[in-house]
Design a protein around this ligand. Sequence first.
Ligand SMILES: C[S@@+](CC[C@H](N)C(=O)[O-])C[C@H]1O[C@@H](n2cnc3c(N)ncnc32)[C@H](O)[C@@H]1O
Length: 248
Amino acid sequence: MGVRNSSDPDKIFDQHYSPEQMMRMLIGQIYPEGMEGRSFLDCACNSGGHSLAAAQMGAGRTFAFDARTHWTDQAEFLARQAGLTDMSVRCCELKDLPSLGLEPFDVTLFAGIFYHLPDPMAGLKIAADLTKELLIVNTAVLPSRRPGLVLNCESDTAVLSGVDRLAWLPTGPAVMREVLAWCGFPHMRVDLYWNYPKGNWKRLQVVAARDPKIFAAFDRLRPAAGGWKERLRIRAHMAMSRLRRQPA
Ligand SMILES: C[S@@+](CC[C@H](N)C(=O)[O-])C[C@H]1O[C@@H](n2cnc3c(N)ncnc32)[C@H](O)[C@@H]1O
């Protein structure tokens, strides 16, 4: 999907370019044993790459949906070719989910959709209400010192866009933390926050849970991802260590 970002100095975008790489790196840090039969909800699944990766990591029941048949046809083809009998694909909008009577899922991927919604808070809440354990949110961001949502009206016909024209960009992780907490997922970790080829946009990937125990493995591997308190604690510790090393 799209073009590679050659302007990313850390090449992080390249590392996370493929849905399979993204899923393997992130899910592997949270669930070292893999998905172990956990059910998976893939919101705005596009051509289904993340669902395929989840299945390859041992996911169980998977529901992938997108608003456009352009994409769901491809996702269905992928599921059929890969023999994913546990995976259902549906062409529908996010707002239709509550009427489908779906059983909640263990893990939900909400990638590339938050910033295409007319009401992103209500949209994320729909996905959160169907999620038991882990919510992965990947969104474009327009950084600003004042946390908020910035109006970003878009096409409603381009195949990678939203379907309502009205859309909003969050200004950074602080906004996502508040929205996720309101959705019942108060424990958030920033996985990635990187430069985007478009203007001064950034891309943010966070994971959120109802219960912080989900992050036991992740926190051992990535202690600094735990938020500003953790980063402050580490900085203070490093400053104290430097002071202690200076001759009296
Ligand atoms: C930027 S792509 C992201 C695709 C994929 N989740 C990923 O991260 O690679 C946006 C996708 O969201 C879908 N989409 C936009 N608004 C939607 C809505 N309200 N309900 C369902 N799908 C939507 C589009 O059709 C498109 O496939």
